[in-house]
Design a protein around this ligand. Structure first.
Ligand SMILES: Nc1nc2c(ncn2[C@@H]2O[C@H](COP(=O)(O)OP(=O)(O)OP(=O)(O)O)[C@@H](O)[C@H]2O)c(=O)[nH]1
Ligand SMILES: [Mg+2]
Length: 504
């Protein structure tokens, strides 16, 4: 979704690739690409101008460090291009943050939030997503309130979603006006002991007085802890205008930007806080109820700069994998790079990815990882598993051995088609090759547990965090452990090879 933006920053970085130090001229030259991409991505003109001048100031104003030391005591050389990227990262974060994603309580001590916005932007979906989030992540017992009485089937839509996530939905009587529905729901929450409440309101095609009056009435009747405006990324610059208009009429606490999974230019996400003062609190990245994330400016900034949201990914990895699994993943990665990766390892990686849940999406965005992530959807993993289990040890280690007759045997054993066995082998071989290539790329992958050796192979890459742009996390003692492990393993395999040689 952020290709346009990323392209501009990439071009700028490339231009600075050859320069020895940053000067007013070469910064201006580099910023020209950035300016174009920001405008093309629909970022507000004034925001672009201010942003560029702050980046420039940061590049010129600071004493340019040529070396930095990271948290692990490793020193990195900082090139002018990297310094520029760090300045961009810091300014992008400042543009979108800081964000407090906590949802406030109302005067009854309940987490309560009201969703407002134009038609079709995703209010009802976000209502269900947030109710689900409150239920599963915060252990709350939420009540969903259907306050859209205008669109046919709007109530039914929310009821269906409520059923799906196991959350009660409050609907009004025939002809009951929305403010009174919401007030009744509020009272019901008190009586029945719901500790969270989410009001889904009606949308309009344009901002009209009637809509605003109704929203103000609801707001007055229930005094929600947070009022969130829902905008979709496809609205482009309009999202900024709409946020402006709503915030003039209603006290907005934040914004939920939906459909960031789509083909949008993403510029609105950058500009909205700067123009309206309303921070993005959550982002929607898909149609299903689990596709919602707390907004992290630093994550989006990294992605815009083409570096992937590695910090977020590392956090997510650490939250789903225990230490043993992380160590295992690291070993797998090591073997992958050496081309010793077997189908068994492949299977265990697929299982690990499946456990990551929604962050699969993120994983898929990293270079070359999409192909792997695709295979853990639906029944695919079970299929792969059954086929791998029907293989002999040798076949798992060297899938090249699998010829036509072996494929037939494996297919029979696993209840699959020989074609599927061949496809699996093909995909596996492709992936192994790709991993080999990634090894050279280094850096990025190295910050993900399990991918650590990739960094080792390519040399440590610059990390803007090391310049103070955020908390840096590196392999540290793990790296030490890994290299010890690698050495041990190497000795072992050399020994083995010698033994083999003697036998021959
Ligand atoms: N791809 C994608 N689709 C989304 C997302 N959020 C919502 N949608 C889709 O957008 C469409 C409209 O969503 P709703 O939740 O009904 O929008 P709404 O604002 O409640 O619409 P009205 O009540 O008619 O004003 C539906 O098809 C949703 O599945 C998202 O984050 N990504
Ligand atoms: Mg709706």
């Amino acid at each position: 979704m952020l290709e346009t933006l990323t392209r501009g920053f990439d071009a700028a970085r490339e231009k600075l690739g050859g320069v020895r130090e940053l000067s007013e001229e070469n910064i201006d030259e580099a910023l020209r690409d950035v300016r174009m991409s920001l405008l093309e991505a629909d970022v507000d003109f004034a925001v672009v101008r201010d942003f560029l001048s702050r980046v420039k100031e940061r590049c010129l104003g600071e004493k340019v460090q040529t070396r930095v030391t990271d948290a692990q005591g490793r020193t990195h050389k900082v090139s002018p291009g990297q310094h520029f990227v760090a300045a961009c990262q810091q300014e992008l974060e400042a543009l979108m943050g800081p964000v407090d994603t906590a949802l406030a309580r109302d005067r009854h001590g309940r987490t309560s939030l009201m969703l407002v916005g134009l038609q079709g932007v995703g209010k009802t979906t976000v209502a269900a997503k947030l109710a689900n989030h409150l239920k599963t992540q915060h252990g709350k017992r939420p009540l969903l309130v259907a306050a859209d009485v205008y669109r046919p089937a709007a109530v039914l839509q929310l009821q269906r979603l409520g059923e799906q996530i196991g959350v009660d939905v409050h609907a009004g009587a025939e002809g009951e006006p929305p403010p009174s529905i919401c007030a009744a729901a509020n009272e019901r929450a008190r009586v029945e002991g719901f500790d969270a409440i989410v009001y889904d309101t009606a949308g309009r095609l344009a901002i009209d007085e009637e809509l605003m009056t109704e929203l103000r009435d609801i707001h007055g009747a229930v005094a929600p802890g947070s009022t969130l405006l829902v905008c979709d990324a496809l609205m482009g610059r309009d999202a900024v205008n709409v946020a402006q208009a709503f915030s003039e009429q209603l006290d907005l606490d934040g914004l939920v930007m939906t459909k960031l999974d789509g083909d949008a230019r993403g510029g609105a996400a950058l500009a909205v806080k700067a123009v309206t003062g309303v921070p993005i609190k959550y982002i929607g990245t898909g149609e299903t109820v689990d596709r919602i994330e707390a907004f992290r400016p630093e994550g989006l900034a990294s992605r815009i700069l083409g570096m992937g949201d590695v910090v977020g990914l590392v956090q997510d990895f650490e939250s789903v994998l225990d230490e043993k699994e992380q160590a295992q993943a690291e070993e797998d990665a090591e073997r992958m790079l050496k081309g010793q990766f077997s189908l068994e390892d492949f299977l265990s990686q697929l299982k690990m990815i499946r456990r990551m849940g929604p962050i699969k999406e993120l994983f898929a965005k990293l270079p070359g990882m999409g192909a792997i992530a695709d295979q853990v959807e639906g029944d695919e993993l079970t299929k792969v598993e059954s086929m791998v289990h029907s293989m002999t040890r040798d076949e798992r280690r060297k899938p090249e051995l699998i010829d036509k007759s072996r494929a037939q045997r494996i297919a029979r054993g696993s209840g699959r088609q020989p074609r599927e066995v061949r496809e699996l082998v093909e995909r596996f071989v492709q992936m192994r090759e790709m991993m080999g290539k990634l090894g050279g790329a280094g850096g990025l992958m190295g910050r993900i547990p399990g991918m650590g050796q990739l960094a080792g192979a390519g040399g440590a890459e610059f990390d803007p965090a090391a310049l103070g742009a955020g908390g840096s996390r590196g392999p540290g003692t793990k790296a030490q452990r890994r290299s010890d492990q690698a050495r041990r393993k190497k000795r072992k395999s050399q020994k083995k090879a010698r033994r083999k040689g003697r036998r021959k």
